[in-house]
Write a protein that binds this ligand. Sequence first.
Ligand code: GUN
Length: 258
Amino acid sequence: MAKLKAEKGIEPGLAVIIVGEDPASKIYVRNKKLACEAIGIRSEEYALPENTTQEELIALVEELNNKKEIHGILCQLPLPKHLDEEAVINAISPKKDVDAFHPVNVGKIMIGNFDFLPCTPAGVMELIKESGIDVKGKECVVVGRSNIVGKPMAMLLLHQHGTVTVCHSKTRDLKEVCQRADILVAAVGVPELIKGDMVKEGAVVIDVGMNRLPDKLVGDVEFDSVAERACAITPVPGGVGPMTIAMLMKNTVKAATL
Ligand code: GUN
């Protein structure tokens, strides 16, 4: 970061917008801010009240689109129910869209010619790569089809030549499909949905879930029973979460140098 500043006069800047009081979102935003501080990215937090109007939120996004010192804009989701998430995402300049949620960036990912990758799926791919796991030709099963994780996750595995199946709430015999997976990514938001008997011996299991139970935080994978069969598995917390933040930092630096 010092080199970027010294040689190009660029100090990457990230604006994080949070609306309302969702406790999980507050923790995520705090962690993003701390990561910025740790590596020398300038961060600006815009904490707006629950009763913020659509017009006010869009006006802020437009102001940040035009602000020179800001290279990345992230609006923490979910937004309060009265706000239109799609309209807010569409208002963010695609060049500052460090979440890669804007339709222009989603389309670029589909084609395979992109500036940004969505942070969580990109973090999962990085974990796979750094663990020395080759996706080519592997049976990859993604459980969950959200725009934020499931759908782009499937696309990134496909880019790496995986054979990809996407499961969801209407999938018949989830267990049977999961048992086929060499690489299983769980991103549904159902606490400990994936049990040991749903996983093939030697599979790679990546848990994107973050479910707050009254007494603990659990993923979408029942860790102990699955760990007995998997050759590699990510824990919750401490697995995919930190990678998501690392990828956000990467995207912000990229946005600053585009
Ligand atoms: N809410 C949960 N995950 C994310 C994310 O990656 N980005 C944003 N903006 N909101 C989220």
